[in-house]
Design a protein around this ligand. Structure first.
Ligand code: ADP
Ligand code: MG
Length: 351
């Protein structure tokens, strides 16, 4: 039975008036002056980046360092364009350990650091995304469980990431583990999250607050009712693929599930983005896997790969994303570049 949230509200709920007002400097679609200024800024950055000499093929480490330096110059501190309408992306792959949570939290942080207003909804009972964002998610905190079981509106569960202004989180508590079973008996069991997100965006508009430009949903490694709720709430699916043997194992099953949800409930749902994670440039296997995935999904796979990096895996134990834990590291730069690809090339990826 859904618990009464009233008693716990005071401790955790962010009243709407405390939500951050629109931040200046974000590029809005159609804002010509801002777009021109951004183009000039980009030009200067490109000139600087191209001045870095290209090391020869015999020195892979020097090549990596040069590539990182170029990314640092072109990307850090850059504003990304605000999408014409909010984008809701469900980060899914029923294989565990492929980088779903890591990708969801770091992309969310990268987008927010680039001036956008971002919400991450943690729908994995393990709550790893909440931990990585430094968000309190002990069992007394309001979270996705309360939203899915209709106990409270999602707006009352939101907490802002302490290190990244503009990034908000609806946390997952351990109660969420029971939600699959509770949902079965509910009337609108597949569309609870969808309704919650729609209401949230509408409420914010009515209160004069900016809508969330991006809503990222971090899914559990399963295809149950919680994941279906995430796929109903989203328009886009982002699939992280780990660059190792059997990378595509299970993806066809995931695609079938997406197709089912699309046919039955959500005609707009499509796989817009695939991210190659834990890429180890020193192995032939990683390159072969990347080629194979790109051959199957040429439109969806981002050009930027995410390198395997100790800094990326260390960050969550400090309650941080790598975007703040080590902003200049290769992992952080790769997520920043991925965020830019996602923000700047939406049209090419939509069906
Ligand atoms: P999932 O959410 O799909 O289960 P995670 O994002 O939790 O996967 O990642 C699984 C493990 O791999 C975690 O320990 C994480 O820190 C690690 N990991 C993910 N991406 C990277 C990376 N780019 N470099 C190094 N370790 C990574
Ligand atoms: Mg996860």
């Amino acid at each position: 039975m859904p618990r009464q949230p009233q008693a716990r509200r005071a401790a955790t709920a962010a009243p709407p008036e405390q939500l951050e007002p629109e931040r200046p400097g974000v590029l809005a679609v159609g804002d010509d002056t801002a777009v021109r200024a951004d183009a000039a800024d980009l030009e200067v950055r490109r000139d600087l980046a191209s001045a870095i000499p290209e090391p020869d093929d015999d020195t892979p480490l020097a090549r990596e360092l040069a590539a990182d330096a170029r990314l640092r110059i072109t990307l850090r501190g850059r504003r990304l364009p605000r999408p014409q309408s909010p984008r809701v992306m469900c980060v899914a792959n029923q294989k565990g350990g492929v980088g779903k949570t890591t990708t969801a939290v770091n992309l969310a942080a990268a987008l927010a650091q680039s001036g956008l207003t971002v919400l991450l909804i943690d729908v994995d009972p393990q709550g790893n995304a909440s931990t990585a964002l430094g968000i309190d998610h002990h069992s007394d905190v309001l979270g996705t469980y309360d939203v899915l079981t209709d106990a409270c509106p999602i707006g009352e569960t939101l907490q802002e990431c302490p290190d990244v202004p503009g990034l908000w989180c609806c946390p997952a508590t351990i109660d969420l583990a029971g939600a699959e079973i509770e949902l079965v008996g509910m009337e609108h069991r597949e569309s609870q999250l969808q309704q919650a997100v729609l209401e949230l965006q509408r409420d914010r508009e009515q209160q004069g607050l900016p809508r969330f430009d991006y809503v990222l949903i971090d899914c559990p490694p399963s295809l149950g009712l919680i994941t279906i709720n995430a796929m109903m709430a989203a328009r886009e699916v982002l699939i992280p693929i780990q660059c190792e043997y059997y990378a595509l194992e299970g993806v066809s099953q995931l695609l079938r599930s997406i197709e089912l949800v699309r046919e039955r409930f959500n005609p707009a749902l499509h796989v817009s983005t695939m991210v190659l994670t834990m890429y180890d440039g020193r192995t032939r296997l990683a390159a072969q896997v990347a080629d194979e995935v790109r051959r199957h999904f040429p439109q969806q796979v981002l050009e930027q790969t995410i390198p395997r990096s100790v800094r990326v895996s260390e960050a969550p134990s400090h309650g941080q994303t790598v975007m703040t834990y080590d902003a200049g590291s290769s992992g952080a730069l790769a997520y920043l570049a991925s965020a830019r690809e996602i923000a700047e090339r939406p049209a090419a990826r939509a069906r």
